[in-house]
Design a protein around this ligand. Structure first.
Ligand SMILES: NC(=O)c1ccc[n+]([C@@H]2O[C@H](COP(=O)([O-])OP(=O)(O)OC[C@H]3O[C@@H](n4cnc5c(N)ncnc54)[C@H](OP(=O)(O)O)[C@@H]3O)[C@@H](O)[C@H]2O)c1
Length: 289
């Protein structure tokens, strides 16, 4: 089994979903883990649940879009566990689905502040530690849009495109330092992000195809968490600049085959319920749009 024994890992956005699964997987592999998210209640619950299983975990309330809070998170990790070896910029939000100019400005901006500035702050603060140490693993989360534009998901998709470019440039800049810098697209992960959605009024039904996509290709968070474990482990030593995407051709094909088998064996389809909240557009949509 891959070991992270003796390592200290900070995972942002880890009170639930993929971030929590990564924290648990790292803890299982022997790491001391530091969890963080905006809601203090859920951070405490997440830390308690890991400690109840005998893992070494600590937590801090942290909004990654605020530089001072990200700095405080790093200080918390060092004062609690003595050092930082792995930093995962996992915190991310998807924002409102719909045409860009019709989305309230502050909501569009919140996606950019979380996904772009959160990743930027986490990266530079982690690198301050890693470059001094001459070691460390920085993992930045990508997502839909990291390879090009996605209409009606412009804030999220363009932010992930930025994260990919930013991460690859960092990997080139710090190539000779002994620090590993990786871009990680976890594929489709069955979390709140995928199920709890917001759409501009009259765009709700455009999200229905997502049910089929979830049925065919969504993984439980434990699946990409194993890939994140591999990225954080010694297996990637000397391989800085990796871009890993869990949803490759092979996974896409096996999702189709699994669904075919399910139909043949008349197994009931998994639940793909979506919760969609309607958002009033900034200004009226054009007729027939
Ligand atoms: N789910 C997918 O299919 C999928 C696909 C590709 C990529 N990803 C990426 O994977 C990452 C995790 O997604 P997920 O599906 O696990 O999302 P999720 O279930 O919605 O969980 C998001 C986590 O981030 C925290 N968070 C949100 N905003 C934050 C902020 N400003 N500062 C600190 N923490 C914050 C949330 O807690 P609080 O709300 O309490 O802060 C929560 O712990 C994201 O970067 C996402 O883009 C997900």
């Amino acid at each position: 089994m891959t070991s992270l024994k003796g390592k200290v890992a900070v995972i942002t956005g880890s009170s639930r979903g993929l971030g929590f699964a990564i924290a648990e997987t790292y803890a299982q592999a022997g790491a001391s883990v530091v969890l963080a998210a905006r809601s203090s209640k859920t951070v405490v619950q997440a830390v308690d649940s890991l400690r109840a299983k005998g893992y070494t975990a600590s937590g801090l309330t942290c909004d990654v879009s605020a530089l001072d809070q990200v700095r405080a998170l790093a200080e918390h990790a060092v004062s609690t566990f003595g050092r930082i070896d792995i930093w995962v910029n996992n915190a991310g939000i998807s924002g409102i689905y719909g045409p860009t100019a019709h989305i309230p400005v502050e909501r569009f901006e919140q996606v950019l502040r979380t996904n772009i500035f959160g990743t930027y702050y986490g990266s530079v603060i982690a690198l301050e530690h890693f470059v001094r140490q001459g070691s460390g693993k920085l993992i930045n989360l990508l997502g839909r849009g990291d390879n090009g534009p996605v209409k009606f998901q412009n804030a999220y998709a363009s932010s992930k495109y930025w994260v990919k470019s930013f991460t690859m440039a960092l990997a080139q800049e710090y190539k000779a330092t002994g620090v590993g810098i990786y871009a990680f697209n976890p594929g489709l992960v069955d979390t709140e992000m995928l199920r709890d959605l917001e759409a501009v009024q009259s765009f709700e039904s455009k999200l229905n195809p997502l049910k089929t996509v979830i049925r065919l290709w969504a993984n439980p968070p434990t699946v990409p968490a194993q890939k994140a474990l591999w990225l954080a482990s010694s297996a990637t030593d000397g391989k800085t600049g990796l871009y890993v995407n869990v949803l490759g051709r092979q996974q896409a094909l096996s999702g189709l085959l699994r669904d075919l088998m399910r139909r043949i064996t008349r197994t009931p389809a998994p639940d793909t319920t979506l919760h969609i909240t309607s958002i009033t557009p900034n200004f009226p949509l054009p007729e027939g749009y």
